[in-house]
Structure formats: C-alpha cells, structure tokens
Design a protein. Structure first.
Length: 559
C-alpha cells in the first residue's frame, strides 16, 4: 500500500487503485502519516482533527474514524493495519510506502553525494525527490486540521531539493536547465529571496542579462507590494554585478513605492516623534509596528523622505538599513556599523526581534531612529510606538478610487464599500482587489464584491499574479503559540466580529482577566485589533477568520 501526501492526499492499494475515503477518514489517515511507525495518542489525534479544540466525546469519535479506516483497509488493502496501543494508535508504514519519507531520504542522500563530489548520483537522487512533488502537501485535508508545521517542513525539503539540483546543473554548465528548475520554484515561492537570487545568477550565467534584470524588477516590485520591503544586499549584488540597470542601495532610503492614503495621522505622529530629539524631548526611537503587508515600510519611507528633505536642526541625512532577512544580532551590528556615517535619521526596516533591534541601535549613533517591525519591540527603551491597522472605510474607498479610477468607483458606491469591508481595510488586500478590477475594466465592481462577500472563498479570491493574502495570514497564525491558536479558533467560530474580554471569557469559561491577557497576546501578533468604536472591545479580522475556515489552494509543482 502507498501513502501519497505530497499534493492531494491519496491512499493507493498494491494494484494502484485509490482507496475511497470520506473527508474525516482522510483527515485521520493524514494525521497518522505525520508520525508513521510511532505511537499517536487519541488526545493528539483529537486535537489535530478539531484544530486544538476537540468537542466533548471526541475520543469516541476518533475510535469511530479508526474503525472506518480499518474497514476500508480490510476491503481494499488487506495487508495494511492500524495497531491499537494503550491510549492511542500506530500506523506501520515502510519508508518506501510514504512519499514524504522518501522525499526526506532522497534529499539526505542527494546532498551527501553532492558533498562527496558524486554529482551524477546526486542529481539522479534529487531528480527522484523532485518528481515526488505534486503540489502543496496534504491538499484536500480540512483546513482546521493541525498540519501546518509538517506542511511547511515538507515544502522546505522540496525547495532544498530543487535548489541543490539547480546548483549541480549550473556547475556542470547547464545553466538553461537550472533556469527551468528555478523558474518553477519561483512560482511556488514568489517572495523567497534565495530562490530569486539563484534564478538571477542562473539567467546571467546563461547570458540572459535582460531576463535577469526583468526577474529582479518583478521580484523587487512583488516584495515591496507584499511586504513593504526591498531586496537584500546579496540579491542586489547578484542582479547588479556588471549589469546595466540600477536598484536601491542599502545606505540611502529607497523612494516610496506606493502613495500614502489614510495615514495622515500616523505620518504626523512619526514626523513629530522623529523631530522630538532636536527639541529636547525624550523619544529617541520610534517604532512602527503592525501585521505584514499593512504598510509599515511605506509609512516609514514617506516619513524618512519628508524628514530628509528638511534642513537645519530638524533634518539632514537619512540612512536606510534593510533588516528583513537579518536574524543575527551580530549581522545587524555589522550592517549599521558599516554605514560609516552619523546620519540625522537612521531607518531600520524590518527588525524581527528585540535582540536584532538592540544590536542595530548599539552600532548606530544617529540623532533619531525609526524602526519598522511586526512586533512592538517593547524592549527598546524610550521609544514612541505607532501601531498600524487596516484603513478606515472612507480611506479604503479612496484607495480604490486612486487605483481603479474615481469614475468607476463612484458609479458603484455600494459595491466599492462592500469590497473595502471584505478586505478589512488591509492595504495589500485592497491592492490585490484593485489589480483584479483593473485587469477587467468592463466588469462591474459588484461581481467582485459578491465573490468577496462569501467568507468561504475570500482568501482564494484575494490572489493575483503572485500576490496573495493567505500566506501572510497563515504565517501570522503559525507564529502563535498553541494556546493562542486555540483562542483564535474559538473567536473565529464565534458569530460576532466584535467582542469584549467578558464575551471571550464566557466562550472559554475563564476569568475576564485571563481572557483579556489572551486577547492582548493575539493583538500583539496583529491577529486582533482594538475596536475603533471604543468600549475596550476587540475586532476579529475577516481575513484571519477566513484563513482558519477557508479551503486553500496549494502551490503547483515545478515542471
């Protein structure tokens, strides 16, 4: 019997026939394949099947699913069993029968052969590993089943196999074959800087500098639109070394890539705090925080250019350091120390954690520092915090008017408002909606508004040309603890979009103080936001709610 999880989940008999499995039987089998030949407790299966919040009587239901799987095995694959152990189950699977195990083994052997210089054998092993890939792992499993970490791990293995095979082909003078590998990988990982860098190097090795330049520009535009970031130094070096086109540098702030709409108040606060140093006020560091794609870098760049345009005591030189890909405090220190100047304003863009932020601050001697981060970075002392959330309804409609055209938006005000509400005011979601509208200039706004109104398909609609909201929402959820994800699923199942700590306490049968602490933690991750209506309430993002309930479409395999 064969278990295929690298794509749509399929269980095949020894004759190659796919076993007929209902949804929950498929989900149960998928969870057992995550830990083959290993005891899995009934409670673990229940947590996985119900997203960390199993209902009463879940253990009995799990036993029913196991019984159903055994009946299916008995009929279509008599040799396959599920062993019962005290308090759980074990699925015996040979390494050859599970494609995920084969991928791991082939990748390990292929990398070892490459390290030993046996390139022909290494390429053959990596070819076999890549051929196993049929799309996003565990496709077809219910979205609330806890498989996110395993899926991410398998995607990393696939990525590593393709990159290693491309490196072998490039080293052996087959740059065109490497380009084919890397173009396919870039479709599955559109904002991965290493993939983009290797693709550009392969294109240049194949004598295709114009295509390399276009690949860089496309990647840089996508990275700016999706993450508000600019490519790291290594990628720029791969693209620019000896080439005849330009890109932003690390020391000068790149120009803003999008107009600033609906952020007038936030811009004023940033400008006030970055000029406070010269007036003797206490704030030296200003942090702009918020969820990915919300416009932190765009706001910081607008403020930096406004700040750099001033003269005298309140303005002067502006230095820019991109830290989106920096995970080491030592590397952050070197990047800032390498500026070789004392700017009036230092912009640290994309600081991941307090340790990196502290190292960068220690290396710099700027009068004022502006930091962007997904986290509030409370450990950076004496800073002013500007938290960004979605645009208000009127600003979101202004955004659509600016991108789609005032005449078209004004002709369908109710549809435009529905699109703004469905996008939750998120700038990237609005941008994706605007691009889809621009691609079909004669199509009424009401058609897109109708599709976005269905929460089961919201995130599947909010994707176009490599831009997508789902990866951002899922990444934010994945960074939470298990307890926080459990809280989030409780809130997502709750019918109301706005609720108080008392409402949440009632849902989880805990004290109001415990509920408030949990909600504040989710707010810090950008998954909840304070209700602008006041009253100490919280609002659940419709985009996050959709990420927890909507079926997903996975990346396609490289050809």
């Amino acid at each position: 019997m064969a278990f295929r999880v690298l794509g749509p989940v399929e269980l095949l008999s020894s004759e190659g026939m796919e076993l007929p499995l209902s949804g929950r039987l498929r989900d149960t089998a998928a969870l057992l394949t995550v830990r083959p030949n290993t005891f899995v407790a009934t409670e673990t299966l229940a947590d996985g099947l119900w997203g960390g919040s199993p209902p009463r009587g879940a253990a009995t239901t799990v036993r029913t699913y196991i019984h159903g799987l055994r009946k299916t095995f008995d009929r279509y694959a008599p040799g396959q069993v599920i062993e019962t152990r005290a308090g759980g189950y074990l699925l015996p699977v040979t390494p050859e029968a599970l494609d995920a195990s084969r991928l791991r083994d082939l990748l390990r052997r292929g990398l070892r052969a490459r390290g030993d210089g046996r390139l022909r054998m290494a390429e053959s092993l990596l070819d076999e590993a890549v051929s196993l890939w049929r799309g996003r792992p565990y496709t077809g499993v219910a979205p609330d089943v806890l498989l996110h970490e395993t899926t991410a791990e398998l995607e990393c293995h696939y990525r590593a196999a393709v990159l290693a095979r491309a490196a072998i082909r490039l080293a052996s003078g087959r740059a065109a074959d490497a380009v084919t590998d890397l173009r396919g990988l870039a479709v599955s990982f559109p904002t991965d800087e290493q993939v983009a860098e290797e693709l550009i190097r392969a294109l240049r090795s194949d004598g295709r500098d114009p295509e390399a330049a276009e690949a860089y520009r496309t990647f840089a535009a996508r990275l700016a639109a999706e993450h508000g970031a600019v490519p790291a130094r290594g990628l720029r070096s791969a693209a620019l070394d000896g080439a005849h086109f330009s890109a932003p540098t690390s020391s000068a702030a790149p120009p803003p890539v999008t107009p600033l709409i609906g952020r007038d108040g936030a811009l004023r606060r940033v400008l006030d705090s970055t000029s406070a140093r010269a007036e003797g006020r206490e704030h030296r560091v200003t942090v702009i925080c918020g969820p990915p794609g919300i416009g932190k870098s765009a706001l910081a760049l607008h403020a930096a250019h406004r700040r750099g345009a001033w003269s005298g005591a309140n303005g002067g030189t502006v230095a820019y350091v991109d830290l989106h890909q920096c995970t080491s405090p030592g590397e952050a220190w070197q990047r800032v120390d390498g500026l070789g100047e004392r700017p009036d304003l230092l912009l640290l863009d994309g600081v991941r954690d307090p340790e990196v932020g502290r190292a960068a601050l220690a290396a710099g001697s700027a009068r004022t520092v502006l930091v962007t981060s997904r986290r509030p970075l409370a450990a950076l002392r004496a800073h002013s915090l500007v938290r960004l959330s979605g645009l208000g309804r009127s600003s979101a409609i202004r955004f659509l008017r600016d991108c789609v055209g005032a005449e078209r938006v004004d002709a369908e005000p109710e549809a435009a408002e529905a699109i703004a509400v469905a996008c939750d005011g998120h700038p990237l979601a609005l941008h994706i909606a605007a691009v889809k509208l621009a691609l079909c200039p004669t199509r009424p706004l009401s058609r897109l508004a109708g599709r976005l109104a269905d929460p089961r398909h919201l995130l599947n609609e909010l994707q176009v040309d490599g831009l997508a909201m789902r990866p951002l929402a899922e990444a934010a959820i994945a960074r939470c603890t298990k307890s926080q994800r459990l809280w989030l699923r409780r809130l997502a199942r709750h019918g109301r979009h706005r609720l108080t700590a008392a409402d949440a306490a009632g849902l989880a049968a805990v004290t109001v103080a415990e509920a408030e602490a949990a909600l504040d933690g989710l707010t810090e991750h950008g998954l909840l936001c304070a209700d602008p209506g006041g009253g100490g309430g919280y609002r659940v993002s419709s985009l996050v709610r959709a990420a927890l309930t909507e079926p997903r479409r996975g990346p396609q395999p490289a050809k």
